[in-house]
Design a protein around this ligand. Structure first.
Ligand code: B12
Ligand code: SF4
Length: 524
């Protein structure tokens, strides 16, 4: 039998970022939030009699530049492109055959790139198999493009076994691809289409069981809009609920969904029953004209604050995504957003400036109107923008945004939101009685997390010490939610550190008073 060809699949480091909770992951004793599923998904399709696959995720491991292999496969997302280019250059220098795929390749490398022998454009389930066949036959193309969206209902479970599972906080599972909505700033629909594609019940169960066997007790359903098809979402929620009920040690989930799930009377309770208790929703803005301008009509058909409250009342910890700098936003938006979020009682808010990703209708419109600043400034998604807003200057937008962030993550304001949600939370779900986080099997690790958190709050200045003291009565009042409250304390550390890193953890004058458009520095 001929020797198997060796494939080394590498996910380059993503760098610190708000969405990945990078500033608190070390405190929790993990390397990264969750795995990216592109490489384990492709690895599962490989014929093992012909190829041997090794996966390295640089977020949790060290890349071996001299790894003995025939093919190096890199994944490339926008935020890791510099690192991907660096690695590609190193591997090429060592004479390796280097291939690349992923959202950045789909949107920016359609014509190929001198650092890569092969570029994959689009979702690669079909083209990957074609490439492997061509490689063995010695007739590879430079570009493998796929402009249709493959059916995911026949995919084998991703090769989770090739990942360093002990280094991820959450296990990752993808149940669907696509989103039916058409928000003009979103690249998900550009990449994965508007038609919802779901895995079958059998696939979902196989993946859940595998992740459970690997020891995960917290999973991230990393779909863009898991409830995009309400009927299928209901079926899957029931499936997960029953699966969870059958387990001695159940699992907690987080995912993303549109806020209007709460308007469907049975859906939010079903999420809670399935133990999907952490849901990210794109609230975006309280400015209805901005929602309409961004084509986010689903948020207009509902009352977001009421929906959030409904979710809180069934025990779902909502995390909010919001943006400032839409065409219909003027300088009053920053305070409006702040008040809206305080009223929402959502502790964890991911706020950003409006940004136009590649391939989106928003980017096309901005280019036509001469208001697109170029993709380079997208380097940092959370603290950057590539949009010239209509009703303020870029400087005013930045300033207002920094003001908003420093208000949201002011100790007192954060506590107000935590208090609010705890008042709304019901008793924990009965399954929680059987819930044992992974850390419980390593009590020393759990103790060291608590110790590091304690040291952080006690030694990083008087404001944090006072905050910690004010958390104590909350912990006791809702002892039944002590773990979630500690999670918010950890998340607060992340946001605070992120703001400090970006020089934003300061007091800014309120944006209404900025009228000159000149850069305005923080006040002490
Ligand atoms: C989970 C996730 C995260 C996790 C991290 C996951 C990780 N370890 O990297 C968290 C929550 C931390 C996160 C954060 C962010 N994310 Co994110 N995230 C995702 C999400 C939901 C799933 C990724 C995944 O596993 N997909 C499943 C796989 C199977 O799909 P895929 O990667 O596209 O792979 C297919 C093809 O692209 C191709 N392919 C991919 N790689 C390769 C390699 C080879 C060799 C080949 C042949 C083919 C190939 O084949 C695969 C099968 O078809 C995607 C959206 C999505 N639906 O994919 C967004 C997504 C990747 N995120 C995105 C963004 C913008 C962000 C943030 C910047 C958001 C923010 N504002 O802060 C941050 C930055 C993170 C950072 N700096 O690390 C964008 C990236 C856009 C781009 N052009 O690069 C996406 C696509 C969402 C979107 N809006 O369009 N994210
Ligand atoms: S609902 Fe979310 S995933 Fe769907 S198009 Fe809008 S922003 Fe994108």
């Amino acid at each position: 039998m001929p020797e198997r060809k060796k494939i080394y699949l590498v996910n380059p480091a993503s760098g610190s970022n708000v969405a990945g909770l990078s500033e608190c992951i070390d405190l929790l004793g993990y390397g990264y939030l969750c795995a990216n599923l592109s490489l384990p998904t492709l690895a599962a399709l490989v014929d093992e009699t012909q190829f041997e696959v090794t996966i390295c995720d640089e977020n949790v491991d060290t890349v071996d530049l001299d790894f003995p292999c025939d093919i190096v496969g890199l994944t490339i997302y926008h935020y890791q492109r510099e690192r991907t280019y660096e690695l590609a250059a190193e591997f090429r220098r060592r004479g390796r055959f280097v291939i690349v795929g992923g959202p950045f390749a789909t949107q920016n490398l359609q014509q190929g790139h001198p650092l890569f022998d092969v570029v994959f454009v689009g979702e690669a389930e079909h083209t990957w198999l074609q490439f492997l066949e061509d490689y063995l036959a010695g007739r590879c193309r430079k570009i493998y493009d796929e402009y249709t969206h493959p059916d995911i209902a026949s995919l084998p479970p991703p090769r989770f076994d090739l990942m360093r599972n002990e280094r991820y906080l959450l296990g990752a599972i993808q149940i669907s691809r696509g989103c039916p909505f058409r928000c003009d700033f979103c690249s998900c629909t550009v990449l994965y289409g508007r038609e919802m594609r779901y895995k079958t019940d059998a696939q979902v169960l196989a993946e859940l069981n595998q992740l459970h066997r690997l020891g995960y007790r917290a999973l991230f359903i990393l779909d863009d809009n898991f409830a995009g098809d309400r009927q299928r979402a209901r079926e899957i929620l029931l499936l997960i609920r029953d699966w969870n009920n059958s387990l001695k040690e159940p699992v907690m989930f987080s995912t993303s969904a549109s806020v209007d799930i709460a308007g469907q009377s049975d859906l939010a309770p079903l999420f809670a029953d399935a133990m999907i208790t952490n849901v990210f929703v794109g609230l975006e803005t309280p400015n209805e004209r901005s929602l309409a301008g961004a084509q986010k009509f689903q948020n207009l058909k509902t009352d977001p604050l009421r929906d959030v409250e409904l979710m809180h009342r069934v025990g779902i910890d909502v995390a909010a995504g919001i943006m400032v700098g839409f065409d219909d936003d003027d300088l009053t938006i920053f305070r409006r957003q702040f008040e809206f979020l305080q009223e929402s009682c959502i502790p964890v808010c991911f706020a950003g400036m409006v940004l136009a990703p590649d391939g989106t209708p928003l980017k096309e419109r901005l280019i036509k109107e001469g208001r697109y600043l170029g993709s380079e400034s997208v380097r940092d998604h959370t603290f950057g923008t590539n949009v010239v807003p209509k009703q303020m200057t870029v400087e005013q937008l930045r300033h207002g945004y920094f003001w908003l962030m420093s208000q949201l993550y002011d100790e007192e304001n954060f506590l107000v939101r935590v208090r609010g949600i705890l008042e709304r939370f019901p008793k924990p779900h009965p399954l929680m009685k059987r819930y044992k986080p992974r850390e419980i099997r390593r009590p020393l690790k759990l103790l060291s997390v608590l110790y590091r958190l304690f040291v952080y709050y006690m030694t990083d200045g008087p404001r944090l010490r006072i905050m910690a003291l004010r958390f104590i009565p909350l912990l006791f009042r809702r002892w039944d939610h002590v773990a979630t409250t500690i999670y918010w304390m950890i998340a607060f550390k992340h946001f605070r550190q992120m703001l400090i890193k970006h020089g934003v953890y300061k007091r800014y004058p309120e944006p209404e008073i900025i009228i000159t458009g000149e850069p305005v520095g923080p006040v002490s």
